[in-house]
Design a binder for this molecule. Structure first.
Ligand SMILES: Nc1nc2c(ncn2[C@@H]2O[C@H](COP(=O)(O)OP(=O)(O)OP(=O)(O)O)[C@@H](O)[C@H]2O)c(=O)[nH]1
Length: 213
């Protein structure tokens, strides 16, 4: 339980000026491309080595970040890449503000399936969702099957930002999760057409989130 809120001290009042934006980020892509590992690297700074445990259905983790001195709460949904869980993940697309679409640079099929993923995103996600294409596992240089240029070309075709990442080395991981966040006039926002969530601009709800998140 979260307990009883603490009385408003000076510290709390100071926090009241901090605006929290809650953004839902969703990780999608074929099974085994490294969605869970990317999330664990971002959240805990560690790499999940060893045996591969496929995600069942959907899982989520939260992380509060300071972006340009503004607190942003990211709620990150890790979806199962396996086909049999597709109907479960479809239901979550609608609430996503940003989608990180991953393929594995050592697995050509996962890259070829990106078009199908984009079709699916188009069908189920909000129109103003921010999509970012990520080519993961770039640390495996010897096993690379998809060139950086191929990823860039595909991203350009669909008008989405692109980056290569490694959950193993940590390359671009932080950037992948935060590149679509920003601030404007001291308010956190996401780089999309959606207006800021009103609940998040209420100073009292900000305090609650700061203290009890
Ligand atoms: N070399 C390397 N291996 C990685 C990287 N990211 C993930 N892996 C490995 O790839 C395998 C699959 O990683 P997961 O993160 O579980 O894959 P997933 O996309 O979540 O898979 P599903 O849950 O089935 O959708 C694991 O064995 C990881 O150790 C990376 O950046 N580099």
């Amino acid at each position: 339980s979260l307990g009883t809120p603490a009385p408003l001290s000076n510290w709390n009042i100071k926090c009241a000026t901090t605006i929290i934006q809650c953004n839902n980020v969703m990780l999608v892509g074929d099974s085994g491309v490294g969605k869970t590992c990317l999330l664990v690297r971002f959240k805990d700074g560690a790499f999940l080595a060893g045996s591969f445990i496929s995600t069942v259905g959907i899982d989520f983790r939260n992380k509060v970040m300071s972006i340009d001195a503004v607190k942003v709460k990211l709620q990150i949904w890790d979806t199962a890449g396996q086909e049999r869980f597709r109907s479960v993940t479809h239901a979550y697309y609608r609430d996503a503000n940003a989608l990180l679409l991953l393929y594995d640079v050592t697995n050509k099929a996962s890259f070829d399936n990106i078009r199908a993923w984009l079709t699916e995103i188009h069908e189920y996600a909000q129109q103003d969702v921010v999509v970012m294409l990520l080519g993961n596992k770039v640390d495996s240089t010897h096993d690379r099957m998809v060139k950086r240029e191929e990823g860039e070309k595909l991203a350009k075709e669909f008008g989405v930002p692109f980056m290569e990442t490694s959950a193993k080395s940590g390359l671009n991981v932080e950037l992948a999760f935060t590149a679509h966040e920003g601030t404007h006039n001291g308010k956190a926002h996401k780089l999309s057409k959606a207006p800021c969530d009103e609940n998040c601009t209420d100073p009292r709800s900000s305090i609650a989130l700061v203290l009890y998140f």
